[in-house]
Design a protein around this ligand. Structure first.
Ligand SMILES: [Ca+2]
Ligand SMILES: [Ca+2]
Ligand SMILES: [Ca+2]
Length: 259
C-alpha cells in the first residue's frame, strides 16, 4: 500500500530516525558534522498485500535541515551550510539501489512416518507484480540475506501420542528462497506404541511482543503475515503430522523434494 497509484508514496509508509547527530569539530572554514545512527523504516500498512505492494525501487533524499547545521558563535557570528549564498538544507539527492518487496515466511505442512525424519519447507516469499506470493530466490542466505537458524524455531500444540521431547528440530539447510527444516523421527514410546500425532512448528521472528499492537503475535518483522485474515500478524508456522504404521500393512508417504 506504499504506492498511491499516481507516482507518489502513501503518508506513513516511511519513518526515519536519526540519533547522535552533531558537530564533531569546527574550525576555520571547515566543519565536520556526523549522524552516527540513522535508519529508514518502511511500514507494512496493510496486513494483506494489494496492488500498491508490488516490488518497487524508491529514490530517497537524505536531508539535514538548515537549522541543525546553523551554529551561533558567542562572538555573534552565525555559521551555516550555504547554497547560493543563503543558509540551506544539506541534501543528498535521489539515493537509489534499494528494491522493496512485501514479504512473508511460509511453512508447508508435512506428513511422514514416526520412523523417519520429517522435512518441512520454509519459503521466503514476496508479493510479485502478478499478484502472487513467490519464493524470493534473491534471498539466498548470503551477505545480508535472511538468516534461518534452528534455535529460532519453536514446537508447540502437541496432539495425539506425540509429546514434547519426542521430536525436535534436527537441522536447517538453506538455499536461495527457501530452507528445509528437519524434525527428528519420534519413533516409539516405552510401550512400543508409535509416537504418532501432530505438532506445530513456528518460526519465532518476534520474541518481544511488548512493543506490538495488542493481539499481534508478530509486530515489526518483514516476514510476518496475517495468515488467518483476522487483522493481526502471526509468526510463520506449519503443522508436522507423524503417522503410526502397523507392521502388516505397507504405507506410502508422499514427499516433495527440492533441488
Ligand atoms: Ca508419546
Ligand atoms: Ca515485537
Ligand atoms: Ca492473524
Amino acid at each position: 500500500m506504499c504506492l498511491d497509484g499516481a507516482g507518489g508514496v502513501v503518508p506513513g509508509c516511511f519513518s526515519a530516525v536519526a540519533d547522535s547527530a552533531g558537530w564533531l569539530s569546527r574550525g576555520a572554514g571547515v566543519g565536520r558534522y556526523s549522524t552516527l545512527s540513522h535508519d529508514l523504516k518502511i511500514a507494512k500498512l496493510n496486513d494483506q498485500p494489494d496492488g500498491g505492494d508490488v516490488p518497487w525501487s524508491p529514490l530517497v533524499d537524505y536531508t539535514i535541515e538548515a537549522a541543525q547545521l546553523t551554529v551561533n558563535e558567542t562572538n555573534g557570528d552565525q555559521i551555516c551550510y550555504q547554497d547560493a549564498g543563503a543558509c540551506a538544507d544539506y541534501v543528498i539527492d535521489d539515493i537509489s539501489g534499494v528494491d522493496l518487496r512485501y514479504g512473508r515466511g511460509w511453512i508447508d505442512n508435512g506428513y511422514g512416518s514416526v520412523q523417519t525424519p520429517l522435512i518441512l519447507p520454509l519459503r521466503l516469499q514476496y508479493w510479485n507484480s502478478a499478484g502472487s506470493f513467490v519464493n524470493n530466490v534473491e534471498d539466498n542466505d548470503a551477505c545480508l540475506g535472511t538468516m534461518v537458524v534452528d534455535s529460532d524455531f519453536q514446537l508447540s500444540q502437541y496432539i495425539g501420542n506425540l509429546d514434547a521431547g519426542e521430536t525436535s528440530v534436527a537441522g536447517v539447510a538453506s538455499s536461495a528462497g527457501y530452507s528445509l527444516v528437519s524434525l527428528s523421527a519420534p519413533g516409539y514410546d516405552a510401550s512400543d506404541n508409535p509416537n504418532d500425532g501432530r505438532v506445530t512448528l513456528t518460526w519465532m521472528l518476534d520474541t518481544d511482543t511488548s512493543d506490538n499492537t495488542p493481539g499481534e503475535e508478530c509486530g515489526e518483522h518483514w516476514l510476518c503475515y496475517d495468515y488467518n485474515g483476522d487483522g493481526f500478524r502471526e509468526n510463520p508456522s506449519g503443522v508436522a503430522i507423524f503417522g503410526g504404521q502397523s507392521d502388516d500393512r505397507p504405507v506410502l508417504f508422499l514427499k516433495e523434494s527440492y533441488r
